[in-house]
Design a protein around this ligand. Structure first.
Ligand code: ARG
Length: 275
């Protein structure tokens, strides 16, 4: 039997307007400094994404974008928040390192319990909550030791998954959580982005998962945001949209093409705050 969308629940997101967005350095294969970026277009696309969440009834908070941090728009990397506890990010590359404390301060200023990471980890870019589990990526950015740190902090099982394709350098570029219902968590993923052992783990944990095509993955279609019913997804991921519809989800196409030049899509721009 194929799993079915459980229905929408209200979400709380943190986002960062791409005021200072550009591609000033190259830390993933999508980034090309020689290609022009259009900051105004990035801002317009980002506002459409934010308004989409608001129209769906979700809450969106924003963090002040800081000059000199062009990747700060990718808010998902800023932290991982489970049960109101904030596991701060500690970025791999110097170009992004100042973002970790900036996001941590945003949470601390609002009374959240924050934990300063000892291990390199890039927030929800590599840690996705699926039901009671946390699925955690490693291989390019987040250290395996950070998975253990997160498990101790959250008291939830953390499943380590090894990423093997540099285009899919963060877990959220290769896997999307469609439903975080603990009774029946559901995901979509792109198997070739994972090591053989990790593929087996995903197959056994999620036998009903949506399997994305090469085209879906190359459009960063898996960088999607689901509220349990609506799935905000890249418009070019058409096979993925069809597969979602078959399972009772409603794909909501939002074009974030300008932000793709930095190697991110809708999910990268969206940090979920879980109380
Ligand atoms: N340019 C950014 C980087 O390479 C993109 C981050 C995308 N974020 C994400 N959650 N996958 O770090």
């Amino acid at each position: 039997m194929t799993a079915h969308a459980p229905g929408a629940t209200p979400r709380h997101y943190l986002m960062c307007e791409p005021t200072h967005y550009t591609v000033a350095y190259e830390i993933n294969p999508w980034m090309d400094r020689t290609r022009a970026t259009d900051t105004d277009l990035a801002v317009r696309q980002w506002r459409t994404l934010r308004d989409t969440y608001l129209d769906l009834g979700h809450t969106v908070d924003t963090i002040e974008p800081l000059p000199g941090l062009p990747d700060m728009v990718y808010a998902a990397n800023g932290a991982t928040v489970v049960g109101g506890v904030v596991y701060s990010a500690r970025f791999r590359y110097p170009e992004r390192q100042a973002e970790g404390p900036a996001y941590e301060k945003w949470f601390a200023d609002r009374g959240y319990l924050t934990h300063t990471a000892a291990q390199v980890n890039e927030g929800e870019g590599d840690m996705l909550v699926a039901g009671d589990m946390v699925l955690a990526g490693t291989g390019f950015r987040t250290e395996r030791a950070a998975h253990a740190e997160a498990q101790e902090l959250f008291g939830r099982p953390v499943i380590s998954l090894e990423l093997v394709d540099a285009r899919y350098y963060h877990l959220d570029t290769a896997l999307a959580v469609l439903s975080s219902d603990p009774a029946d968590p559901q995901i979509a993923y792109y198997p070739p982005a994972f090591s053989p052992g990790s593929r087996e783990v995903l197959r056994s944990l999620f036998p009903d998962a949506v399997v994305a095509t090469d085209e879906d993955a190359a459009a960063l279609g898996l960088n999607a945001v689901s509220d349990g019913l609506h799935v905000v997804v890249a418009p070019r991921a058409t096979h993925l949209a069809d597969a979602l519809r078959e399972r009772g989800y409603t794909p909501v196409p939002v074009d974030t093409s300008e932000l793709l030049k930095g190697g991110g899509g809708a999910k990268c721009c969206t940090l979920e705050i879980r109380r």
